[in-house]
Design a protein around this ligand. Structure first.
Ligand code: HEC
Length: 151
């Protein structure tokens, strides 16, 4: 019996199946630039557009949400950012790079903190956490986005 098994293993090996491809059920759906432009940036923009103040002709305008829907929208996009951070850790994105994975984990956590600020309806913390979220983007871009425009 053992010998039979061994023979089978050898036969499979001979068919070129020694390192079977990953049986993961997911499939890659975006290139990294698409992931950034279509998924991550729009989610982050919702947060940044809801944090802090801007000067307008009519005076200083507070960007913080004023409605339940507005706050929930920020919360939802923050949760999305955390999950996108998880997706960035998938092998086809991470490509075995430990710092990439570490920064992506930072994105998961930054999203979670923005989410908590939104749940607490705390405009000040939302502003702070929005800034820290931006730092996570920059830290990956400095290493992996070589043609990044200087902002
Ligand atoms: C773990 C790494 C990583 C993190 C985190 C990350 N990015 Fe990126 N980003 C990249 C890489 C790599 C590119 C370059 C993609 C290319 O040109 O192929 C890029 C490019 C971009 C682009 C340009 C896409 C294009 O059209 O070429 C935008 C916009 C962007 N990122 C937004 C963001 C925002 C917003 C965040 C944070 C909320 C973020 N990124 C966080 C790795 C990351």
């Amino acid at each position: 019996m053992r010998l039979w098994c061994l023979a089978l293993v050898v036969a499979i090996g001979a068919l070129g199946c020694e390192a079977p491809p990953s049986s993961a059920p997911y499939e890659r759906a975006t290139e990294i630039a698409e992931f950034m432009e279509w998924l991550l940036e729009p989610a982050a923009d919702v947060i940044w557009d809801s944090a802090g103040q801007i000067d307008t002709e009519a005076g200083v305008q507070d960007l913080a949400p004023t409605t339940e829907e507005g706050w929930n929208q920020v919360r939802n996009q923050a949760a999305l950012i955390s999950e996108l951070g998880n997706l960035l850790m998938m092998p086809h994105f991470a490509q075995g790079r430990p710092d990439w994975t570490e920064i992506s984990r930072g994105l998961v956590r930054a999203g979670a903190r923005v989410q908590r600020a939104a749940e607490a309806r705390d405009a000040e913390v939302l502003f702070e956490e929005g800034g820290l979220l931006y730092q996570v983007c920059v830290s990956c871009h400095q290493i992996y986005w070589r043609d990044a425009p200087v902002r």
